[in-house]
Design a protein around this ligand. Structure first.
Ligand SMILES: NC(=O)c1ccc[n+]([C@@H]2O[C@H](COP(=O)([O-])OP(=O)(O)OC[C@H]3O[C@@H](n4cnc5c(N)ncnc54)[C@H](OP(=O)(O)O)[C@@H]3O)[C@@H](O)[C@H]2O)c1
Length: 243
């Protein structure tokens, strides 16, 4: 996949992986469009990086997802790459009643929204040159951490969805990537007052460089760093059980 002169929409571009990926792709002469809920942060980013286009969107809201897709396609007809990156993580104690609102938010943001948005974009992407969809899942899709049960379930769901999407689009020109991160130093999960990313979490800029390599080499499913081992070990166990 060529990563210059593309038109790329990244969901969740206001911080962490999405932000650093956006800046790096912008520096690489791509047209980059980011969205997020925080209007002030989006304005700050477009001022600091003239040329990055921004759109306020709460991915939890289906109508806003439809408006985002319509706006992005109409404003940027050359849009050819969608990066489904926006995500949230909550720590959930399953010995207590689950907070229904928080549950819905996590499942919607991490799973329903990217499935819906991909569906809204596919007809457009198919008409473009070098189209691609890149889904950011997690090593935890393969081996869950039990105190983040909903998050891990959504990421396992996104992994399964990505496999199906790649299969269904195999006769089209749309390339479907799954980037499987390890722990990366970002704000993820910090809203719950936890900071479990640990001292061995990967630097976000280093992670982004790996993502670019993976995309350029057309590695359609790739675990980065320690996540590569999580994927490989599960694949190996699958083979053991099934042969
Ligand atoms: N960091 C890690 O260790 C790690 C590991 C594996 C996978 N990942 C995945 O990497 C992706 C990016 O996470 P990150 O680590 O970069 O975390 P982050 O720094 O917290 O960034 C999350 C991004 O998602 C956006 N977002 C969240 N909810 C949204 C909503 N309802 N509507 C629109 N945008 C929303 C946030 O923007 P606003 O707040 O402005 O809305 C923000 O830009 C996620 O899918 C995450 O699951 C991260």
């Amino acid at each position: 996949m060529n990563l210059t002169n593309q038109t790329i929409l990244i969901t969740g571009g206001t911080s962490g992986i999405g932000y650093h990926l956006a800046v790096r792709l912008h520096e690489n002469n791509n047209k980059v469009i980011i969205c997020g809920r925080r209007k002030d942060r989006l304005s700050e980013i477009s001022s600091a990086h003239p040329g990055i286009d921004t759109y306020v969107c709460d991915m939890e809201d289906a109508d806003q997802r439809v408006m985002l897709a319509e706006w992005a396609i109409n404003t940027h007809p050359s849009l050819n790459v969608l990066v489904n990156n926006a995500g949230i993580l909550h720590y959930v104690d399953l010995t207590k009643p689950v907070d229904q609102q928080q549950l819905t938010a996590e499942v919607t943001t991490n799973l329903i929204a990217p499935i819906h948005l991909s569906g809204l974009m596919i007809a457009h992407l198919q008409k473009q040159e070098n189209p691609a969809i890149m889904n950011v899942t997690s090593g935890l899709a393969f081996t869950p951490i039990a105190n983040m049960p909903v998050y891990c379930a959504t990421k396992a769901g996104m992994h399964a969805f990505t496999m199906s999407l790649r299969h269904q689009l195999k006769n089209t020109s749309i390339k479907v990537f799954e980037i499987i991160p390890p722990a990366v130093k970002t704000n993820l999960g910090k809203s719950d007052g936890n900071d479990d990313t640990g001292h061995d979490a990967m630097d976000v800029k280093e992670f982004v460089e790996q993502v670019l390599l993976v995309a350029e080499q057309d590695q359609y499913q790739k675990g980065i760093g320690i996540a590569e081992g999580l994927v490989a070990q599960r694949d190996a166990l699958f083979d053991v059980i099934n042969h």
